[in-house]
Design a protein around this ligand. Structure first.
Ligand SMILES: [Zn+2]
Length: 338
């Protein structure tokens, strides 16, 4: 296998982890595996190894990451990625788990035992397969390409920098590096999609419609749908006003105004973090978990506030997209309406 096909094979396996995470009605997020992979990539960058010892520190760290960037749920389960990425199919394998105790790791992999407690007791150690690790250590650009693809496919752009900061992952943001990464990513994607047309379809689904921003901002008359922010800079147009997706683009959300909200930067970020949500009556939800000092009262006071109307009724947020956001992103329970 030449170096290039090994790289394409790696990316094909990384792209493949999404296939196990879709459900019939579409769009259930499954951030465990992408977060574990990003964690391993950050380790490669910083410590030149992907080895993770499954101890209390790791469990807690990943639990916190999942609370911040995962689905809203009562109990996060960091151990699941350790299990699910050790696929039985050799060709798809992305993660190896071994134990220092010589205990029954097979039972763990087959699913009869996979609690975090069990992993800690077994002194389980996970890592990328050695050949992948060696390849990535020689190709820092492939680490970046992989990380960018994982971020693009699982989170909205507004959260990418936060995720990288929390993981200690460095993505070169110079225009030249981005250009080079995009080129390599496209070349490798072309190699992998030839083999599997469903990947091709998924990639085209990921493409963004450049008209989305304009349509959404116009629908809300160029102001934040929550706070009416409409700051402008001379004749340079709006400042800190963005088009947000309710159902994330990465989860199949369409680039249509009925899936969009014009929001100021802070309300966009709070929506994507799950601090803010919407009811189907289009009133603002605020998470009970969101707390802070005096200035955060500007956010908690939004609870129950009606969203601004769109110019055209057909651009009103779609109920399905609102409910997707509530189920997959909003970190309930919501505060009582004020
Ligand atoms: Zn706003």
């Amino acid at each position: 296998m030449s170096d290039f096909s090994q790289e394409a094979d790696w990316l094909r396996r990384v792209d493949g982890i999404r296939q196990h995470t879709r459900r019939a009605d579409g769009g259930q997020r499954a951030p465990n595996k992408p977060l574990l992979l990003l964690y391993a990539l950050a380790l490669l960058q910083n410590d030149h190894t992907s080895v993770i010892v499954y101890n209390d520190t790791y469990h807690k760290k990943m639990e916190n990451l999942l609370s911040a960037f995962g689905r809203p749920q009562d109990a996060q389960q960091p151990q699941l990625a350790f299990r699910y990425m050790t696929s039985n199919q050799e060709i798809n394998r992305l993660w190896q788990v071994d134990t220092n105790k010589g205990a029954d790791i097979e039972a763990f992999q087959s699913g009869t035992e996979y609690s975090g407690f069990k992993l800690k007791k077994l002194e389980a150690v996970g890592r990328l397969p050695a050949s992948d690790e060696a390849m990535l250590l020689e190709r820092p650009d492939l680490i970046r390409v992989t990380a960018r693809r994982l971020l693009d496919k699982n989170w909205p752009p507004s959260l990418h920098a936060d995720i990288c900061d929390r993981l200690g992952l460095t993505l070169d943001l110079s225009p030249q590096a981005i250009m080079e990464d995009m080129q390599l990513s496209a070349e490798l994607a072309a190699l992998t999609s030839c083999e599997d047309s469903s990947d091709d379809q998924q990639d085209s689904r990921q493409r963004r419609d450049p008209a989305f921003r304009k349509l959404v901002l116009r629908a809300y008359e160029y102001k934040c749908a929550i706070c009416k922010w409409d700051g402008r800079m001379g004749t340079g147009g709006t400042v800190a006003l963005e088009a947000a997706h309710l159902r994330w683009h990465s989860s199949g959300g369409p680039d249509e105004p009925s899936n969009g909200l014009a929001l100021c930067s802070i309300h966009h970020k709070l929506l994507d973090f799950g601090v803010l949500g919407l009811t189907v009556e289009r009133r603002v939800l605020v998470s009970q978990d969101f707390v802070g000092g005096e200035t955060t009262k500007r956010v908690t006071a939004l609870s129950g506030k009606p969203l601004e109307d769109t110019q055209l009724p057909e651009h009103t947020p779609d109920e399905d997209h609102i409910l997707w956001h509530e189920r997959e992103v909003f970190k309930g329970p919501a505060r009582p309406f004020v």
